[in-house]
Ligand binder design. Structure first.
Ligand SMILES: Cc1cc2nc3c(=O)[nH]c(=O)nc-3n(C[C@H](O)[C@H](O)[C@H](O)COP(=O)(O)OP(=O)(O)OC[C@H]3O[C@@H](n4cnc5c(N)ncnc54)[C@H](O)[C@@H]3O)c2cc1C
Length: 412
């Protein structure tokens, strides 16, 4: 292949799930000093029409108010808005114990604490927007075969034999990131020995904006409000119990769920198809290599207990977009160590703290040892009474981690 056959681009994103798609669309608005747009390439393995697209499957996920703000600032909220349900209250409790606390949007002078979005529907919108964006080329399905880092660029080889030279490589290829493995970037890995069962549940009482996080003997259980009076269930259970729970018919499964969740939403009437996700933490403590940065789940795949995964990822994407905007304005090389390291210096504390917090919560709330149960009940009871203790929980839940001080709405 001659040099002229090698495609030259500014930014290549590997992976077109939530992280890759949102970042590509955010970067499409950037301009080089001569006014021209960035040449952006997105490589995605799953065809868009595929029913089981790994990035946009049957899940509904909770976006914090901070994430919604960031999407709006990047001009992307209209793609999400038709498929979202506002969360106005979050109720946290421990089954069989008195400890409980509640967060409400009104307390923080907000219309909503966040929004629940249906990934499959949003995925279609994002894919449509990517296909329509004039300066984003999407190759899908694409299988990446090789990555060679060089001082002046990264050379990617696809299974088709096509070669691409890119000034900046962004790995958004999920928890089992091929790029991360190729570059041998070390990770911390912790198998929680739990799996999440997810499903859509119809309840007799409309959740009406209320989200519930309940700690049960089997593991933490979340019910998020959805459109049409339905809820999205995320039930993290010990892995050895999953098979038996999945084998139950709908009536028997709903009876087990009702026993674990209680009656706050009346009778649990129907349950859609159940899906299982093994819960394993992977966190890359230094998600950079020459001209390369890992984002989203490729950098940190978290336990879903506090709904932090994409919210943390969005803070990365937002700051990376700002860092590249600044670099372009200053005439800097967007793949240079100076630019990528500057980004990472501002992101590392939030990433480390969020990884630690979710992991600690996952282990604390999966535990049924008496002293730990007593401790977490005390914590929930105190949080309910002392707003100053609730403020850190609120700041994470709302996703306003970096500008908490300026959020006078967070009273405490
Ligand atoms: C049960 C569950 C509940 C969750 N709930 C929440 C929540 O409430 N709130 C929240 O913020 N987050 C939540 N999350 C996390 C959230 O879903 C993810 O953080 C988010 O979807 C971002 O994913 P991503 O795009 O980084 O990775 P992925 O979704 O894994 O996407 C990676 C993409 O890369 C593609 N790909 C992989 N390898 C290659 C390759 N070699 N070449 C090309 N393409 C490739 C894949 O096909 C895929 O499309 C939850 C996660 C789970 C499992």
């Amino acid at each position: 292949m001659s040099q002229s056959d090698v495609r030259q681009v500014d930014v290549t994103l590997v992976g077109g799930g939530m992280s890759g798609a949102v970042l590509a669309l955010s970067l499409a608005a950037l301009r080089k000093p001569d006014g021209s747009p960035l040449a952006i390439l997105l490589l995605e393995a799953s065809p868009p029409e595929q029913h089981t697209h790994s990035g946009f499957d049957a899940r509904a996920i909770a976006l914090s108010a901070g994430t919604c703000d960031a999407l709006a600032r990047r001009g992307l909220w209209p793609l999400f808005a038709p498929y979202c349900t506002p969360i106005t209250d979050i109720h946290v409790s421990d089954r069989g114990h008195v400890g409980q606390t509640r967060l409400s949007a009104a307390e923080y002078d907000l219309a909503a604490l966040g929004q629940v979005i249906e990934l499959a529907a949003v995925g279609h919108e994002l894919q449509r927007a990517l296909a329509a964006a004039p300066h984003i080329r999407v190759i899908c399905p694409a299988t990446l075969h090789g990555v060679v880092l060089r001082e002046e660029g990264v050379t990617l080889t696809l299974a088709s034999g096509e070669q691409i030279d890119t000034r900046l490589l962004v790995a958004a290829d999920g928890g089992n990131s091929f790029v991360r493995q190729q570059l041998r970037l070390p990770i911390r890995r912790l198998d929680y020995e739990q799996s999440a069962i997810i499903a859509t549940v119809k309840t007799a009482v409309d959740p009406a904006g209320r989200a519930f996080e309940r700690f049960t003997a089997a593991g933490p259980l979340a019910l998020l409000p959805m459109q049409g009076g339905r809820c999205s269930l995320v039930w993290s259970v010990n892995r050895h119990e999953v098979e038996a729970l999945m084998a139950l018919d709908e009536t028997a499964f709903l009876a087990r769920l009702q026993q674990a969740f209680g009656w706050r939403l009346g009778r649990l009437e129907r349950c859609g198809v159940r899906h299982v996700y093994p819960l394993i933490l992977t966190a890359c403590d230094y998600p950079l290599a020459q001209r390369t940065v890992l984002v989203g789940n490729a950098a940190h795949a978290l336990h879903p207990i506090a709904g932090q995964g994409f919210n943390l990822g969005m803070r990365d994407l937002d700051l990376l977009t700002s860092a590249l905007t600044g670099a372009l304005a200053a005439g800097d090389d967007i793949g240079s160590f100076k630019v990528l390291n500057g980004y990472w210096q501002q992101r590392q504390d939030d990433q480390a703290q969020t990884v630690w917090l979710t992991s600690a919560l996952a282990q604390l709330f999966a535990n049924s040892d008496d002293p730990l149960v007593a401790g977490r009940n005390l914590a929930l009871t105190l949080m309910a009474r002392l707003p100053c203790l609730k403020a850190p929980l609120a700041s994470r839940t709302l996703g306003f981690v970096t500008d908490l001080a300026s959020r006078s709405a967070l009273k405490g």
